[in-house]
Design a protein around this ligand. Structure first.
Ligand SMILES: C=C1C[C@]23C[C@@]1(O)CC[C@H]2[C@@]12CC[C@H](O)[C@@](C)(C(=O)O1)[C@H]2[C@@H]3C(=O)O
Ligand SMILES: O=C(O)CCC(=O)C(=O)O
Ligand SMILES: [Fe+2]
Length: 340
């Protein structure tokens, strides 16, 4: 990502939204220790209240994390023309400022990768073609370890909600055809732009993640914010040794709205670069996304129309980042309820 001189930069970035640096640092984010016998109860409570929590004692080796951080920074520090060889994202590959294909922009550059073993071989010829083998191997080691931890987390979710069988969720992520992906986001600092406007540049605009679960790790630079139930935005203090777990739209549907997918966004930091790595665990494309029968009370009806992950994903990828994507699939849409 190239940072131009002040006025050229402002011109160039006029499409990138800004926001007042007002959100308060929130110290109420639930922290769950994966080794705690109470973990399943705490996870369910956090996912009901926030759709978000911090995971410690997660078992992902620190060495995998720092190796990937080194490799990713090496990549993002390459000349723009070299990085562009790994793009444009289709949706996989290198992208800069443009997020998705429907006009969203942010102060971010990224690599979006597929984690499906049946497809990763293709990436050898695109993203990893021009980069050292050590990069691909660092991604693989990290993703493998994070996946294992994510399987454990969703098994605790199922256990905590008394969903049967216990692997009802984890089998979807473990499936060879699981439609999961992995993202490396780099938010360079941009002091001139922020000083000129007195506002923070939006790195990654507000949205919910469409999948089942997202597992996020970042360096120690702040920027991640979540939207609470009362619609206020708060900042999650960064913690480079822990993971943040987000409930995605699919899990909200599978729990008939009991767990909520969290709206979140990232503001670029004026002084420090932020690097984040996110695993998005999704089901196979053919999977029907419906509430688990074992979770439904007698006579309870699904809040959502029946759809497959393919249908949801296709619709999501036609939407803008901030859109309320589940709206199209609700039996009683918000506007119908309001009598509009
Ligand atoms: C604007 C978009 C980018 C996105 C696809 C979409 O049309 C709407 C959902 C976006 C999102 C958010 C979470 C993940 O970062 C992501 C990879 C995903 O699955 O849905 C992105 C998509 C993207 O960057 O292509
Ligand atoms: O980069 C981050 O910290 C979060 C980005 C995000 O929410 C996403 O890529 O979906
Ligand atoms: Fe996200």
């Amino acid at each position: 990502m190239v940072v131009h001189s002040q006025s050229a930069a402002l011109d160039h970035c006029s499409l990138i939204k800004t926001c007042k640096p007002t959100a308060t640092v929130f110290n109420g984010i639930p922290v769950v220790n994966l080794g705690d016998p109470q973990a399943k109860t705490l996870i369910v409570k956090a996912c009901e209240e926030f759709g978000f929590f911090k995971l410690v004692n997660h078992g992902v080796p620190m060495e995998f994390i720092s190796e990937l951080e080194t490799e990713a920074l090496r990549f993002f520090n390459l000349p723009q023309s070299d990085k562009d060889k790994a793009g444009p994202p289709d949706p996989f590959g290198y992208g800069c400022k443009m997020i998705g294909s429907n006009g969203d922009v942010g102060w971010v550059e990224y690599l979006l990768l597929n984690t499906n073993p049946q497809i990763t071989s293709h990436q050898t010829h695109t993203v990893f073609r021009e980069n050292p083998e050590s990069f691909r191997s660092a991604v693989n080691d990290y993703v493998q370890a994070v996946k294992r931890m994510a399987f454990e987390v969703v098994e605790l979710v199922a256990d905590g909600l008394r969903i049967e069988p216990r692997d009802a969720l984890s089998r979807l992520l473990r499936d060879d055809k699981s439609d999961s992906c992995f993202r490396l986001n780099h938010y360079p600092p941009c002091p001139e732009l922020q000083a000129l406007s007195g506002r923070n540049l939006i790195g990654f605009g507000e949205h919910t993640d469409p999948q089942i679960i997202s597992v996020l790790r970042s360096n120690n630079t702040s920027g991640l914010q979540i939207c609470l139930k009362d619609k206020t935005w708060v900042s999650a203090p960064p913690d480079q040794t822990s993971f943040f777990i987000n409930v995605g739209d699919a899990l909200q549907v599978m729990t008939n709205g009991r767990l909520r997918s969290v709206r979140h966004r990232v503001l670029a930091d004026p002084k420090n670069s932020r690097l984040s790595m996110i695993y998005f665990g999704g089901p196979p494309l053919s999977e029907k996304i419906v509430p688990f029968p074992s979770l439904m009370a007698k006579g309870e009806e699904s809040l959502y129309k029946e759809f497959t992950w393919w249908e949801y994903k296709t619709s999501a990828y036609k939407s803008r980042l901030a859109d309320y994507r589940l709206g199209l699939f609700e039996k009683r849409s918000a506007s119908a309820v309001a009598g509009l």
